[in-house]
Design a protein around this ligand. Structure first.
Ligand code: MEV
Length: 315
């Protein structure tokens, strides 16, 4: 029997990270240039029904029954089986590979969950809808950090730009004019759980100060939505840069992230900001498609360890 495959893209947050954890809106886009691939091969000769899991990128070679119950892998299998009402799995080998950098703000954890839920439900003969796939990825995101807003699993499951408010119905954004982003990796790991937790401690000490910053972030995300829907990229760029300023005030930027943002602007970007939890990870720069390569090159000269050029298509 041939193996079956499923994929999930990476993501970047365009505006509103952190504020989204506190109920404010944020905008995220999928990044299809990087992805997780999950493959399942049936093992009909294995009468014991072993579920073998291989993830060569992280040197994982194990059996499902040996994994702790709260491990994301265990959660995914349990949730998919629950959704489909399947108690016993046939013997199989799941192989997961990924080109999404880990702990870089590109949603690798959620993408792994989405790709596995997709391939497993297809393998079991009943591919789950996006809504269920997203819910399962949300469950597993708790493993990576305690209080996920749900934006990562949503944008990655649906594979489209989303305007997201925690607990509200998902809104897909119309995009009359394609735009280009350069994503640049600072090379320092961004540990979402820790950054979100540390920020929460600061918020609890001085709630009024932080709620005011989150209110400004809300205005930026709502204005960015308008700018996108009007195809006004100059305004969108300014809003991204304004958002970076707020993220600096939240103390989630670093000297290197600030340098990368400055470098992108000096090289001609329309706007730039850190993206994701921060304290490492990536910056994004909104650029004119013709200058994307030269801006990416300037960012690598300023110490970015990797750059990705992605286009958010018309929709
Ligand atoms: C992570 O991609 C974005 C954060 O806002 C955390 C979250 O929304 O769960 C930092």
């Amino acid at each position: 029997m041939p193996a079956i495959y499923a994929y999930a893209p990476g993501k970047v947050i365009l505006t509103g990270e952190h504020a989204v954890v506190y109920g404010r809106p944020a905008i995220a886009v999928p990044v299809h240039e990087v992805r997780v691939r999950a493959a399942i091969q049936a093992n009909p000769t294995d009468s014991k029904g072993t579920v073998h899991i291989l993830a060569p990128d992280i040197s994982l070679d194990t059996v499902l029954n040996d994994m702790p119950a709260d491990h994301p892998m265990s959660i995914i299998f349990r949730e998919v089986q629950k959704e489909l009402g399947i108690e016993h799995l046939p013997a199989l080998t799941l192989t997961v590979t990924s080109t999404i950098p880990i702990a870089a703000g590109l949603g690798s954890g959620a993408a792994i969950s989405v790709a596995i839920s997709r391939v497993l439900s297809s393998f079991l003969g009943a591919p789950l809808p996006e809504e269920s796939i997203s819910r399962i990825a949300f469950e597993t995101d708790h493993f990576y950090h305690g209080t996920p807003s749900g934006i990562d699993n949503t944008v990655i499951s649906y594979g489209r730009m989303v305007f997201f408010i925690r607990g509200k119905p998902i809104e897909m954004l119309a995009n009359p004019l394609a735009f280009t982003l350069v994503i640049a990796d600072s090379g320092k790991k961004s540990l979402t759980g820790k950054v979100v937790h540390d920020l929460r401690t600061r918020v609890e000490i001085d709630p009024a100060r932080y709620q005011a910053i989150f209110d400004r972030s809300e205005i930026i995300s709502r204005s960015a939505r308008e700018a996108i829907e009007q195809g006004d990229h100059t305004r969108l760029g300014t809003l991204l840069s304004d958002n970076h300023f707020l993220l600096q005030q939240l103390a989630v930027s670093t000297a290197h992230l600030d340098l990368l943002v400055k470098t992108a602007m000096e090289a001609g970007a329309l706007g730039a900001k850190l993206s994701g939890a921060g304290c490492g990870g990536n910056i994004i720069a909104l650029v004119d498609a013709n200058s994307a390569k030269s801006i990416a090159s300037a960012l690598r000269s300023a110490g970015a360890v990797n750059t990705i050029i992605t286009t958010v298509p018309r929709s």
